[in-house]
Design a protein around this ligand. Structure first.
Ligand code: ADP
Ligand code: MG
Ligand code: ZN
Length: 710
């Protein structure tokens, strides 16, 4: 039966390999075992029941709590040529009855339902007349009181399963991994806990970073300008802040939408749709936005203000890069926001939970201050024991030089003291830069010895520097009707020369992805198809699939079918539109075709032929397998697998070699290369500790060469 699964993966979905965990999850189902599948967002959980639904006779029931998501999933299945439908409160009673009639005739392979349906006796009776081999429980943590999203109606699932004529297989899926929740799910759904598939929680395509001590709005505007073609979400803590940011960004001609619970249902729905349909590119929102958003091409998630805890942060940030392509997750940290969150927690939490919530907030603040790997911090928070540095995050890649700013810090701190610690940031900056402001003269501050000692800087620069000192806990903010600043214990140590202060240069915002005219052109084709089919663009093809087209430049149906994410149905429906756009582009840019011929190895061979071995490795690596796992699965030496990846990188494929060199080794290797030169490997290796392998050195040298070329 598993061969069938493999075949359908290619035929319907256009993928040639299962991702980590998918194969095992599908095997459990096909062996008739109830099981639990725990994978991070974007891990590919849907495939774990969609493929078995195709293999098994009858209609698979999918219980899902999110109405908007059901529609998108069903749209996506219909696009693949798989008969599916959903029943929930968004459709009329008549429509629901009609769909149920069809379902009883076995018209669908998958039927999505909201858990509330199970409260209706009539609906349960209808189900009894159907052939149901599998019940998939999506977002299964909703069954547990310990989860963050308890849904009492999930408790009815067990009764439904028990009442069916033939007992179906149950597959529970979630991204929440706490043991308590897992136990609860297994117990409620009669799953043997041994039948659990759990992949790691690392999101290998996401890079996390924290920006602090910088002007947030400036950073944001710069980032959005650099990435104006890409979709992203900006989260703010309050409705008011969402509205303010929205207005500011609109003035900058940024194509922005907004979403928060203070808006009418109609407005929210419209804003959400515009975003899903790629009509607005940036969504400014409170945490009310995102539940049930499956949009796969979100390239960045920026938290303009500190989130309230790690759970919400990882969930919100995790909405980036569901398609497996790179995504950026940035927190713009400002110390004042800790107060905002504290206030929100004290307002909204139940009394006995406040201290627990405040502790969680503190761990979120710690995240913003750690100098270690941010991804590792997150994984440790969620209980993963063995974590290594990711090599991608802001801390792992931070190579900025530090500058000693102790003297400047002392100027600011002593000025605050001299002003009596009763004024705000702006006034302090004005005194330091020697402003002629009338108020300053009235207060006699022009007589202070610190008046104008930073006059070579602008008031704005000094104000930013004060922000930085706040982020370093040298200055604190006293909130009242006017926020005032004062010098902390730590700040006093600096004044007493017991401690120095160093500052790194400002972080530059990065481009999330490279510009490519062909990619833009394919996006346009996709959008016009999406409009005529009345579905969001990512339902037609994911960004990952468009990117693969840009590499493979398919010019015939056969070549088009070799693109990752193109199955038979989509070839039939959309092949022509995309192929002709690609041909037209290539005629104008013949050099692009030449590049392709150098990479024609990329082509997946026609059905039987052996594939290039290094490409099999490549695909497994991209699908989340570690080098060790690939070596074990393929029965190849680890060094062979490593060489495969180097080979791929040299041929121009996008391999994240950086992630394979632990960050703490980087300075060592760099030093060794400096000493021994980059001509030969052995002299370098000899200068280094045992655990640094030849492979790491080779990868390092490759990345170096690449950087020099850029
Ligand atoms: P989850 O429910 O775990 O958050 P999804 O099921 O929505 O994740 O899948 C996320 C993305 O991964 C989808 O765009 C899907 O097409 C893609 N995907 C799933 N399985 C594979 C695979 N084996 N190969 C390539 N892409 C895959
Ligand atoms: Mg899902
Ligand atoms: Zn890292």
């Amino acid at each position: 039966m598993f061969e069938k699964a493999q075949q359908f993966l290619q035929q319907y979905f256009g993928y040639s390999l299962f991702r980590k965990g998918q194969e095992q999850a599908i095997r459990y189902v096909l062996e008739g075992k109830n099981s639990l599948c725990v994978m991070p967002t974007g891990g590919g959980k849907s495939m774990c029941y969609q493929i078995p639904a195709l293999v098994l006779p009858g209609t698979t029931i999918v219980v899902s709590p999110l109405i908007s998501l059901m529609k998108d999933q069903v749209d996506a299945l219909l696009q693949l040529g798989i008969p599916a439908t959903f029943i929930n409160s968004s459709i009329s009673l008549r429509e629901a009855n009609e769909r149920m009639m069809e379902a009883k005739h076995g018209r669908y392979k998958l039927l999505y339902i909201a858990p509330e349906r199970l409260e209706s006796r009539e609906f349960m009776e209808d189900l009894q007349g159907m052939k149901i081999p599998l019940v998939a429980v999506d977002e299964a943590h909703c069954i547990s009181q310990w989860g963050h999203d308890f849904r009492p109606s999930y408790r009815h699932i067990r009764r439904m399963v028990d009442n069916l004529q033939e007992k179906p297989i149950v597959l529970a899926l979630t991204a929440t991994a706490t043991p308590k929740v897992r136990d609860d799910i297994c117990e409620s759904l009669e799953i043997d806990g041994n039948n659990t598939v759990m992949t790691g929680f690392e999101r290998e395509n996401l890079s996390f970073s924290v920006i602090k001590g910088q002007d947030r709005l400036l950073f944001l505007k710069d980032f959005l300008k650099k990435n104006h073609k890409e979709s992203g979400i900006i989260y703010a803590a309050t409705r008011k802040m969402v509205d303010q940011l929205y207005e500011r960004l609109k003035k900058e001609n940024i194509n922005v939408g907004r979403y928060h619970a203070g808006m009418s249902d109609m407005d929210r729905m419209r804003e959400q749709e515009q975003f899903l349909e790629d009509k607005t590119t940036v969504m400014v929102a409170t945490s009310a936005f995102g539940m049930g958003i499956d949009k796969s091409n979100i390239r960045y998630v920026i938290h303009f203000q500190l989130p309230k805890n790690m759970e919400s942060y990882y969930q919100e940030a995790g909405r980036a890069g569901r398609d497996g392509l790179a995504g950026e997750c940035i927190v713009l940290y400002s110390p004042q926001d800790v107060q905002v969150q504290r206030f929100l927690i004290e307002q909204s939490s139940e009394r006995n939970r406040i201290s627990q919530e405040l502790e969680k907030l503190q761990l979120m603040v710690d995240y913003c201050h750690t100098e270690n790997c941010l991804q590792a911090y997150i994984l440790q928070y969620f209980g993963e024991r063995e974590t290594k540095s990711c090599g991608r995050c802001g801390n792992c890649t931070d190579s900025r030089a530090s500058v000693d700013v102790t003297k400047e810090a002392q100027m600011v701190l002593s000025c605050i003291v001299r002003m009596g610690q009763k004024f705000g940031k702006t006034m302090t900056a004005q005194v330091l830069t020697g402003s002629k402001n009338k108020k300053i003269t009235e207060l006699g501050f022009h007589n202070l010895s610190t008046y104008g000692i930073m006059k070579e800087k602008s008031a704005k620069e000094v104000s930013d520097f004060i922000e930085f000192l706040i982020s370093q806990d040298l200055i604190a903010v006293q909130h009242g009707s006017f926020p005032t600043i004062y010098v902390t214990e730590k700040g006093r140590d600096v004044l007493l020369e017991k401690q120095t202060v160093s500052r790194k240069q400002a972080v530059q915002s990065r481009h999330v992805s490279k510009d490519d005219i062909l990619f833009d052109c394919l996006r346009t084709v996709r959008r016009s198809i999406a409009e005529s089919e009345n579905v969001p663009p990512f339902v037609i093809f994911s960004d990952a699939t468009l990117k693969d087209m840009c590499v493979k430049l398919p010019q015939s149906s056969e070549e088009f079918l070799q693109v990752n994410g193109v199955g038979e149905n989509k070839l039939k429906k959309y092949g022509e539109a995309f192929i002709s756009a690609i041909i037209a582009y290539c005629e104008e840019h013949p050099e692009r075709m030449q590049e392709r011929s150098a990479e024609s190895f990329l082509k997946k061979p026609s059905k039987k032929a052996e594939r290039d071995s290094h490409l099999v490795t490549y695909e497994m690596f991209q699908n989340g397998f570690t080098l060790k796992e690939i070596s074990k699965k393929r029965e190849l030496a680890l060094s062979t697998v490593e060489n495969h990846l180097l080979h791929c990188a040299e041929q121009g494929l996008d391999v994240d070699l950086g992630s394979l060199i632990p960050a703490e080794f980087l300075p060592l290797i760099k030093q060794a290369v400096k000493e021994a030169g980059s001509g030969k490997l052995k002299p370098i290796k000899e200068l280094l500790p045992e655990e640094i392998t030849y492979f790491m050195i080779k990868a390092f040298l490759f990345l170096n060469r690449k950087r020099e070329k850029e």
